[in-house]
Design a protein around this ligand. Structure first.
Ligand SMILES: Nc1ncnc2c1ncn2[C@@H]1O[C@H](COP(=O)(O)OP(=O)(O)OP(=O)(O)O)[C@@H](O)[C@H]1O
Ligand SMILES: [Mg+2]
Length: 369
């Protein structure tokens, strides 16, 4: 038994060494991008890696996550029972204009210095987009700007590249031994791929829906962002959909959606977004926190009101983020009031109970400062 770890170590060493050789740079493309030199065997291996629609989504979302996105929106829509349209939108670091075409070429990557390791393994060979391009009907960069994010769209013929039949059921999740959520079953479909990302890259919020649902979600996120921007509270960078919330007219919304965001929607649906008839989605992150230890969630559970199925659990509609916001505002408001009575309050504790919010604020004598 003593000798075994040593030979394993050696294998690890040899593998690393082999990888390093395979990954030598062939051409420097500027902006931190390179074209790698790679053996034919590895090229073929990578081509085999995209076997189904789930793999396409996995690689597109992985790229968005690697680009440091905090929000990823996956529009997933079937056409005539055969064509699967996928658009992945992110607010990550974006791609310099000179490289917009090149990213679909083999071995072009910006990840040469730091190969990335995630729950799916090591990657960064510059092969995923190239491989996707070989097996789908069309894949294109719809829009990308440095510092604002990226939109990539793929159109897949499911007769060539299959997908799981059930794309509606989310996997079952439960608390693992260390208190973290783990998947305990369910089909290996796109909802599961996305759930795995949520569970493994906690900071990123992932949204999943039809083109119109994603448009509505982006529209409302943009409106919120513009409000905080106008009040000077938020000075973050603008994502590609920052302009969206300022649009008041159906046709203009439809045009922006198709041209800038790669989301084909009818003018009617664009209008319904403006009228709040198509409400924004909740993120998969939020869905998971609601469905722990319950039977699997369905895609429809991502809908915010009016399709609420919690009966009188009105308070549960309010997201944890909004509860935090409420708490912060209460603390702010109380400061002045407390001063008048020589009182200070701890951060409010807000609980959701059926049709009410229960708020408690512990008070103290204000100390001299
Ligand atoms: N959403 C995105 N945001 C920013 N850059 C991106 C995005 N998608 C792709 N890129 C850029 O395109 C390059 C090529 O992507 P591709 O997925 O083909 O290869 P990779 O991610 O480098 O390696 P792998 O083949 O292991 O996925 C990436 O290295 C990255 O620089
Ligand atoms: Mg990639």
């Amino acid at each position: 038994m003593e000798g075994k770890p040593k030979s394993d170590d050696l294998m690890v060493f040899v593998k690393k060494f082999a990888d390093l050789n395979a990954l030598t740079v062939e051409e420097d493309l500027g902006h931190g991008y390179v074209r790698l030199r790679v053996t034919e065997a590895e090229r073929r291996q990578a081509l085999q890696d995209i076997r189904n629609v789930e793999d396409v989504v996995k690689e597109l979302v992985r790229n968005a996550r690697d680009a440091g996105a905090t929000h990823i929106y996956v529009a997933f829509q079937k056409e005539k029972g055969r064509w699967r349209n996928v658009s992945v939108l992110d607010d990550g670091q974006g791609i310099p204009a000179e490289l917009h075409r090149r990213i679909f070429e083999a071995r072009v990557t910006s990840k040469v210095r730091d190969l990335v390791e995630d729950h799916l393994g090591i990657h960064g060979r510059g092969m995923a987009l190239y491989s996707i391009k070989q097996v789908v009907e069309q894949v294109r960069l719809v829009n990308s700007e440095v510092g604002k994010g990226t939109v990539i769209q793929a159109r897949i013929d499911t007769h060539r590249l299959p997908e799981k039949k059930d794309q509606s059921t989310f996997p079952r999740v439960e608390r693992g031994e260390e208190g973290t959520l783990v998947i305990s079953g369910g089909p290996r479909n796109v909802p599961r791929i996305l759930t795995e990302f949520v569970l493994n890259s906690g900071k990123t919020e992932i949204f999943f829906g039809s083109n119109a649902e994603i448009l509505s979600t982006l529209y409302h996120h943009s409106s919120d962002m513009r409000k905080s921007w106008a009040s000077g509270r938020q000075k973050d960078r603008h994502p590609l959909w920052f302009e969206l919330g300022g649009i008041r007219e159906g046709r203009a919304l439809q045009q922006f959606s198709v041209e800038k965001l790669g989301l084909a929607v009818s003018e009617r649906n664009a209008f319904r977004v403006l009228e709040y008839e198509i409400p924004p989605l909740i993120s998969i992150n939020e869905l998971l926190s609601r469905f722990e230890n319950e039977p699997s969630a369905k895609r429809a559970d991502l809908h915010r009101s009016p399709k609420m199925n919690w009966g009188d659990q009105l308070a549960r509609r309010i997201s944890p983020q909004d509860l935090k916001l409420l708490g912060r505002r209460l603390s702010e408001v109380f400061q002045d009031i407390g001063n008048r009575y020589w009182l200070a309050a701890e951060s409010p504790v807000i609980k959701r109970r059926k049709d009410r919010l229960i708020i408690s604020m512990r008070l103290h004598e204000k100390e001299d400062d």
